[in-house]
Design a protein around this ligand. Sequence first.
Ligand SMILES: [Zn+2]
Length: 113
Amino acid sequence: MHELSLLENVREILENHALQQNFSKVIKVTLEIGKLSCVEPDALRFGFDVVMKDSLAENAELIITELNGLGLCRQCQQHIEMETLYDPCSYCDSPFVTLIQGTEMKIKDLIVS
Ligand SMILES: [Zn+2]
C-alpha cells in the first residue's frame, strides 16, 4: 500500500515545516489529491492516524480534497475533463491531450499551534 509511504512523506514535510516555522503541533491537515494520482483517499484516511501517531500531527484532523482530472487539447485548445490519463479529447477526438491537473498530491493547508 503506497499510501503509507506517501503519509510518511507528509509527516516528514510537516516536521521540516515545524523546524522552520517554529510550531510544535499540527491541528488540521488539508491534502489535495488528484483523481488520476492512483491514491485512494480512504486508504489515506485509514493510514493517517497510524502514521502520525507519536508525531507532531498525532490526533490532527485530516481533510482530503479531490481534484478532477483536467486536460488541454493540443488540437482544438479546449479544456476537457479526464477520467483516465489517456482519454482522447471529448470535442475533436484528438489523442493529443496535455494533462494539466489530476495527478498531484500536496499539502494544501495546515493549521498549527
Ligand atoms: Zn480537441
